[in-house]
Each structure stands twice: as C-alpha cells, then as structure tokens.
Design a protein around this ligand. Sequence first.
Ligand code: C5P
Length: 304
Amino acid sequence: EARLNMSASDLKAQHFNYWIEAPAKINLTLDIKGKRPDGYHELETMMHQITLVDRIGFRRGGQGIRLNTDSPDIPADEQNLAYKAARLLFEKFNLQEGIQIFIEKNIPVGAGLAGGSTDAAAVLTGINRLFDLGLEEKQLLELGGGLGSDVPFCLLGGTALGRGRGEILTPIKNGPKLTIVLVKPDFQISTSEVYSDFRMDRVKKFPDNEAFISAWQSCDIISVSRQLNNVLESVSIQWHPRIADIKEQLCELGALNALMSGSGPSVFGIFTRYEIARQAWAHIKQQYPQTYLVSTYKKGEKYD
Ligand code: C5P
C-alpha cells in the first residue's frame, strides 16, 4: 500500500540508491590559439561550474549497462556519452555485475553547457566508487579526455583554465561567487560546425586570460565582467543574431556584461545584486522558457 502512495519520483529515488550531481559549465573566456594537425583547435579557456545540475542515479545489479532518462532530448542508448563512459569502465575492468543508470536531465541539450560531458564525468566517478575500481583523479581525467574535450574539466570541477583541447587543466582558486542569469534560446548549435567555420581574421578582440585570472583572484567582479570574451561568438552570432540580442537584453536588465558560453547558443549575464538578477530572470523567462537563475557551484553546498 505504501508503494501505491509513492510518487514516481519517490520510486525513482528508492530504486536508484546512489546519486551524483552533474553541474553545467560556462566559459568565462574562450580563446583559440590555432588549429592542430589532428583537426582540433588549440584552446585557452576559463571554465566555471554553475548550480544548474543533472542528477545521475545508480543501482548495481542486473545484466550489463542499462540507461534511462526523464528527458526526450537525449538518447538512452549507446549513443549517449554517459553510456560510453560506463562501457569504457566495464570493458577496462571486465565488470560482470550490471549497472542501472538514470539521468535526471535539467541542463539544456546542444547548448554550450557541457551537459553530455558532465553526465559522462558523473558516470565515471559513480562507477569508480560503486565498484571500488580504485581509479585516482589523474587516471579518471585521462579516461575522460578520451570521451570528450570537456569531460576532464567536468571531473575536476570548480573553475579552471583549460588548454590543449580543453583537457590540460589548471585549477584557479579563490574566485568570487557569481550571480548569473543564463538563457538558452530555442535552437541548438553543432559544436563541430562552429569550430570548422571559425576564422582568426574575423575576431575583433581576443581574450586576455592573464588579466582575467588576476581580476578573478582579486574577486573584482566588475573587472571580471569586462574581461568576458569568447572568440566563437564571431561564428555563432553571425549565424544567429538573436544571440547578440539576448546579450544586449541582459545588459539592459542590469547585467554588468553578458557572453555566449562555449559554441553556444546559451548566453549568460553576470549581476552584482541577486534581486536585480531575479527580476531579469523573471522578465526574460517569459520569452525564453529555458532561462535560469544560477550561481557558482560549490560541492556539497545546498541551493534551490
Ligand atoms: O571533444 P569533443 O567531441 O567534445 O569535441 C566536439 C567537436 O568540437 C570536435 O569534433 C571538434 O570539431 C570541435 N573541437 C575543436 N577543438 C577543441 C574542442 C572541440 O575543434 N579544442
């Protein structure tokens, strides 16, 4: 009888008895230093985790890898990067007992927020713990890098400067806690298409990551805001001028500055006052339902 009174989400919480949060990332700066022989671009980018999180549930048992999700926007099979992450560990360690994985999807898909990468990172972390694989951070980072350029950062978390494909990471400590309004317009952008259309000579101004880091470590939000810069805007805004409109709208509503994250199309604005941010969020949400009021993600901290 007790079971009948349980909501679907209670049943889910009971069935998947181990949960991990998988936060989204935004790029506070994104610079491209050149194109590499392997086709990837040499990056220098400040990445930052925010309090928009997927929740990944686990349960040991059954046969093989079983993946479920509450989202119609992502595949629940081998195509999912989280599934690939599980398979990587299952093959590497020849695991016999099965695993059931549930992705509670809150991060918009195809948004420039590393939603797929963060789920994959959480699956690596979760299986490592649940099956006592004994993988250390360094090994996890290396395995993650093979799955996708953003996976290592999602494993490391916090705020970090990424070089190489984005997988060579330097943690940047002691920064400010940001108040952010994040807007995901109702279209998606293909990361690989943005990168392949990128031309250095179309960039008006490149990021100064040294200046950014110095502003960051002084917790100088005004200076941090001035240093926001993403060279991929030169491609995405050309395709979708609405990205520039949203940036402008955020600034009109009180943001110190606004920027596109990753290859887009998500745009975020940085605010000094929570109440102003909340009003901007409420306003923009009427036009763009996928608008979020978020802040800097801190492990273990409670938030709404
Ligand atoms: O590594 P990941 O599969 O996430 O990258 C997706 C695509 O983004 C790559 O296929 C590539 O076209 C582009 N990319 C790039 N340079 C990077 C990261 C990604 O060109 N540093």
